[in-house]
Design a protein around this ligand. Sequence first.
Ligand code: SF4
Ligand code: SF4
Length: 298
Amino acid sequence: MKALVGNINRYALHDGPGIRTTVFFKGCTLHCPWCHNPELISPEPEVAFYPERCITCGDCLAVCPQEAIRMQSEDRVDRKRCTGCGLCAESCPSGALARVGREYELEELIEILLRDRMFYKMSGGGVTLSGGEPTQQLLFISALLNRLRHEGIHTTLETNGLFFYEQFAAACLDYLDLIFFDLKFADSAQHQKVLGCCNRVIWENLSSLLTKRAQDVIVRIPMIPGYTATHENIDRIGRFLRQQKAQYYSLLPYNPYGLAKAAAVSMTPDQTLPEQAMDQSELLPWQEFFYGMALVTP
Ligand code: SF4
Ligand code: SF4
């Protein structure tokens, strides 16, 4: 059994309690313009290009079997021809090309994750599955979570909430200790316009999860200027969460971190997004919309 993984981050401190290893799965069903990991949206392996590191040696051009390298192009890689084989990244001496996405066998990944079990134990940490959207590789994460549970490792899932609830619940719920569940837009038409699908399934899934495991769910709202951070949107989300008896929420301050990474995989960064990160203090006024719930800071 294999999964396509974009990155494995050891000693992570912000993806759940304690010291954790976070596995970033590749492939996502939403297309958030502010995504922190745009290189993980595509479910296929690909290469990222960072022009500022390129020393124009031409090694990539020589090794590419698909003739997909365009030395004169800002993007460098012709994405229509590229198969994501990674040969150019292997040959690149400066790190200007980097492979994104590698298949891992279940046992190989478990062996990596268990290397830090002493840190998990000492700090109350564990393993977090993130992405991309981990539930896109449901059978794999089910088997992985099952094994981690068997090993006594605390497990956390970060999800965009877009999955078939019954299948997800049967495959994963018994093996999960904590779920970070993202909500973006209360208005379904806006959700459709910006993210590519309506919000009905996501909100129904959250409702089902809260009914069953409210104590293990932290609802996260990314605060994005010009998108989610509006009075009407946050007010509606707050009212929905109170109605559903959510216990925990978290507000994620906007960060332009993903914009440069989007350009690296030939995606056009959203020009309306600010270049300045949001300060944590700017979140304070929004907290009043979530009275009755406990704030969890990342
Ligand atoms: S990943 Fe492979 S196919 Fe794509 S540009 Fe590099 S060498 Fe060519
Ligand atoms: S191999 Fe790397 S450094 Fe050399 S031209 Fe290609 S991208 Fe630039």
